[in-house]
Every structure is written in structure tokens, then in C-alpha cells.
Design a protein around this ligand. Structure first.
Ligand code: NAD
Length: 494
């Protein structure tokens, strides 16, 4: 079965057809148990289409196909140069259809088309090319030892890897998972988010054309507790990489431990601090703080959701920040000027509105926004809370929506302590013209990603990951290659 949709919007005009089945062993197939997922348009709340949903039985078939492909037509049987060539081809094919990928993500996720086109899909294509370049550069070391042996290391693929991704940056998540795994010679069973599976389905149509043998990349849609859980506990799958909430990360680690003790790489949630000192370039600091929290509707794991402002600049900052938050264009993702579309789902909408209520009950002040926009879809006003206290729910928990908490501070010492007063440690930013202070604070905050005088940046060449309960391991850059390789030590008696 296929789904066809014609778009006639200011940003995208055209017709897209995608297959709806599970992509296993190079074929689109129906699920064994016949399950389905209704994909909803968050701009309207209406169903776009129904797609196939896999369960444990389908994951089993996919894992078996991936294992066969690993043993017969991938892994170290295929040279790094050849693996890289196929990844470059995949990138070229994705680029030819980038507008279609962007349209499907804007439709199912609700994100602005231009964000989907730029950061997500242009970024995703660049990720494919970055790791295509690595495929023939995986190498070990020759190591001097204490006797006369020749000793060296090899970086070998792990085998079949399972990958589970979220909905907030669908194609960027997909590419940053598959590209390093393929470059290093692994085969894949990947499950997209049940909320945004359409672009991944379009992607399945490129895999064979790029030249990948059947079974190397399997993309199985399904729900988390069924298909996702089955990936985490499958005995053939030797590794799981996951991006999503800390709660789900914990379940995946448990299932991985209880089954075959497979290692996990986890990219989880955050409650990232933005620290603004008195001595900043105010205009720049406001611009980046806005980007930090409101980009992608606040649905960023690294969103700067706790904004600490030093007392001398507090009033001036709040005034400008409020003006800019008020100016954010919220609306149809396909309009040219839209910056913020709807939140992704009814569940997320309810969750965010629940946090806004909790903030009021706890005694914080809604300085701006706080309400739904319109009667259909999941649109929420860019919201600012002031008079926030460290113990409040809105300051402690990840909201994953367009809600900023502003807190006032006096000293560097005090703000470092408050910034670190969280179970998370994904990212943080600091704004100051005093570069010594910038480095000092950047080094003192416990977070995997630190931005000085900017925010919310993920560079392909740089590692990305969290401290504390924001995750385990690193993705992107050279570091991601470690997630998909074993190091073998070879000792040769000369
Ligand atoms: P989620 O944890 O609900 O779902 C993520 C994925 O996990 C989905 O594919 C889902 O189907 C699957 N899943 C759900 N339950 C499962 C289970 N029991 N076993 C296996 N898989 C299961 O998260 P979400 O709501 O899709 O995404 C939002 C979260 O992701 C936020 O907390 C955000 O911070 C985090 N995130 C982190 C990063 C990062 O790099 N650190 C990036 C993006 C998003």
C-alpha cells in the first residue's frame, strides 16, 4: 500500500508518494500481526494516514535479516571505500528529494518547513557525507609492548545494531544514527518515532537505489513498548543506540541488561541553563537566548529552558527578551514567515499546558503567553515565567515546549551552583564579554555541550552527549565511531 499527498503551499508545491509497509530485507511488507499507526497532522489534529506498525515478530524477522546481511554481504566483506560510496550515493539521492523530506516532516511534526529543510534535512545529508568520508579511515594502532611481540588493534563492527529515534528532528536523528553504524560495517534495525514516520518511509525508497544489499538497513515502524522494547531485548541485536526521554532510556537499559547484556548509547533529556552576566552584548545575548529556548518550538533536548540573568541587567534583558518572544511568528508550518508551528501531539500539548498550570500553582508568574492559540491543532503561545524558584516543577523538569523560566542571580559562584542543581547535564550556555569568566563558567558547569556566547549548536564534527541523567556515550564527530566498533587486541609472537 502507498500514500500519496499533493501539497500546494507557499513553501512546497508537489506530489509525494510513500510506501506504508515495514521495510525489512529490502522489501516493504505487512506486519505479522497486522498492526497500524494513525499519523496525525498536529496543525489540525486530523489523521493524515495509517501506516503499518511492527511488533516483536517483525523485529525478529528484521533482526534475522540484518544478521544474514551482516554475515554475507556487509561487515568486513565490503571495503570501507565501497561502504563510503554507498553512503555518498544515499546522500545524493536524499538531496534530490530534500523538499519532499522537508514537506513530510513539516506535515507530521508541525515544524516550520524552512527548519525541516535547513537544520534537519540539509543537516542530515551532511551527516551522511561526513560518515561516508570516515568509512575508509577506520584504523587501529600498532602498540609498543614490553616483549618482542607485534601488537596491534583493529576496530571491528559490532554486528546487528538496534536504533530507536524520537520525533523532534526526525531525519537528522535517523541519519546521525545510521551513518556511523554503516560506515563502520554494521547492519541495522531502526525504529522511527510513531509520531513522525513519514519521512523515514520516503527514505526507505532510496536504500536499494543507493546500492545497499537487502537486510543491511531495516526500518520498522511501531510503538515504543512493543517494537521498541523488542529491539532492546532481542538476542541477535548486539547494541542499542537510543535518543529520547530519560524515562524510556532507563527502560531500554534495563531490557538490554536483562537480555544479552548489549551495550547502550543513550541521548536523553535536559534542563539546560543559559547564564547571562551583566557585561554582555545585550542584543546578542537576547537573540541567542530566544534561539536557545524557542527554536523548534522548544522541542530540543538541549533547549536553554532555565535562563539565569545577573541582577544588574535583569530588567533590560527581560524587556528585550519579552519583545522578541512576542514577535515570534506562530502558525502554519508551510508559511514562509513561520518560526513556530504546533507542538507535535495532543499528548505533548497536554503535558506542556499541565506544566504551565503547575508553574502558576507553585507561585511563578506568567510574564508572557501561557495559553493555547486557536481552536484546532496544538499551538501554544511562546511563554515566559518570572519569579521562578529552584524547587519549582517548571524549573526542575523538562517541559519540551516553548516555555522559558527566568531566574535572577547575583554572583558567579551562586549561578554555577544553581546551573548544576539538576539531574540533567546535556548542555549549557554562558554569555559574557570577559573571556576568562566565560571559560571558567564553561568548565565548571556539568554538561556535555557548552556554548560560550551562542546556544543550541550541534556541529557534525563535534561530539554531542550528556553528563548525569542526560545520557551515556557520545554521538556525532569521530566519537560516534566508537559506538559501533569493538576494539580487538592482536598479539603476534614473532
Ligand atoms: P520517547 O522516549 O517517548 O520516545 C523516543 C523513542 O523511543 C520513540 O521511537 C518511542 O517509540 C520509543 N520508545 C518509547 N517507549 C519505549 C520502550 N519502552 N522501549 C523502547 N523504545 C521505546 O521520547 P520522545 O517524546 O519521542 O522524545 C522527546 C525526548 O527525547 C525528550 O526528553 C528529549 O530531551 C529527548 N531528546 C534527546 C536528544 C539528545 O540528543 N539527547 C535529542 C532529541 C530528543
Amino acid at each position: 500500500a502507498t500514500f500519496t499527498k499533493t501539497f500546494d503551499t507557499p513553501t512546497y508545491k508537489g506530489t509525494i508518494t510513500i510506501p506504508l509497509g515495514l521495510y525489512i530485507n529490502g522489501q516493504h511488507v505487512d506486519p505479522v500481526e497486522g498492526g497500524s499507526i494513525e499519523v496525525v497532522n498536529p496543525s489540525t489534529g486530523k489523521v493524515i494516514t495509517s501506516i503499518a506498525a511492527g511488533t516483536k515478530a517483525d523485529i525478529d524477522i528484521a533482526a534475522t535479516a540484518a544478521e544474514k546481511a551482516y554475515k554475507t554481504s556487509w561487515g568486513l566483506r565490503v571495503s570501507g571505500t565501497e561502504r563510503g560510496k554507498l553512503l555518498f550515493k544515499l546522500a545524493d539521492l536524499m538531496e534530490q528529494r530534500i523538499d519532499q523530506f522537508a514537506a513530510l516532516d513539516a506535515l507530521a511534526n508541525g515544524k516550520a518547513y524552512k527548519t525541516a529543510y535547513g537544520r534537519d534535512n540539509t543537516g542530515g545529508i551532511a551527516v551522511l557525507r561526513y560518515y561516508a568520508g570516515w568509512a575508509d579511515k577506520i584504523s587501529g594502532k600498532t602498540i609498543e609492548t614490553n616483549d618482542k611481540k607485534l601488537s596491534y588493534t583493529r576496530h571491528e563492527p559490532i554486528g546487528v545494531v538496534g536504533q530507536i529515534i524520537p520525533w523532534n528532528v526526525p531525519m537528522f536523528s535517523l541519519t546521525l544514527k545510521i551513518a556511523p553504524a554503516l560506515a563502520t560495517g554494521n547492519t541495522i534495525v531502526l525504529k522511527p518515532s510513531e509520531l513522525t514516520p513519514l519521512s523515514a518511509l520516503l527514505f526507505t525508497t532510496l536504500i536499494e537505489e543507493a546500492g545497499f544489499p537487502p537486510g543491511v538497513i531495516n526500518i520498522v515502524n511501531g510503538y515504543g513498548p512493543t517494537a521498541g522494547q523488542a529491539i532492546s531485548e532481542h538476542p541477535i541485536i548486539r547494541k542499542v543506540t537510543f535518543t529520547g526521554s530519560t524515562l524510556t532510556g532507563r527502560k531500554i537499559m534495563e531490557a538490554a541488561a536483562k537480555s544479552n547484556l548489549k551495550p547502550v548509547t543513550l541521548e536523553l533529556g535536559g534542563k539546560s541553563p543559559t547564564v547571562i552576566f551583566d557585561d554582555v552584548d545585550l542584543e546578542q545575548a537576547v537573540k541567542w537566548a530566544i534561539h536557545g529556548i524557542y527554536f523548534n518550538h522548544g522541542q530540543n533536548c538541549s533547549a536553554g529552558s532555565r535562563i539565569f540573568v545577573q541582577e544588574g541587567i535583569y530588567d533590560a534583558f527581560l524587556k528585550q527578551f519579552t519583545e522578541q518572544a512576542l514577535a515570534i511568528k506562530v502558525g502554519d508550518p508551510f508559511q514562509e514567515e513561520t518560526y513556530q508551528g504546533p507542538q507535535v501531539s495532543q499528548t505533548q500539548f497536554d503535558r506542556i499546558m499541565g506544566y504551565i498550570e503547575a508553574g502558576k500553582v507553585d507561585g511563578a508568574k506568567v510574564h508572557l503567553g501561557g495559553n493555547r492559540i486557536g481552536n484546532e491543532g496544538y499551538f501554544i503561545q511562546p511563554t515566559i515565567f518570572t519569579e521562578c524558584q529552584p524547587h519549582m516543577k517548571i524549573v526542575r523538569e523538562e517541559i519540551f515546549g516553548p516555555v522559558a523560566c527566568i531566574l535572577k542571580f547575583k554572583t558567579e559562584e551562586e549561578v554555577i551552583e544553581q546551573a548544576n542543581d539538576t539531574t540533567y547535564g546535556l548542555a549549557a550556555s554562558v554569555f559574557t564579554k570577559d573571556i576568562d569568566k566565560g571559560f571558567r563558567v564553561a568548565h565548571a558547569i556539568e554538561a556535555g555541550n557548552m556554548w560560550i556566547n551562542c546556544s543550541n549548536q550541534a556541529e557534525i564534527q563535534m561530539p554531542f552527549g550528556g553528563y548525569k541523567q542526560s545520557g551515556i556515550g557520545r554521538e556525532l564527530g569521530e566519537y560516534a565511531l566508537e559506538n559501533y566498533t569493538h576494539v580487538k587486541a592482536v598479539h603476534v609472537n614473532l
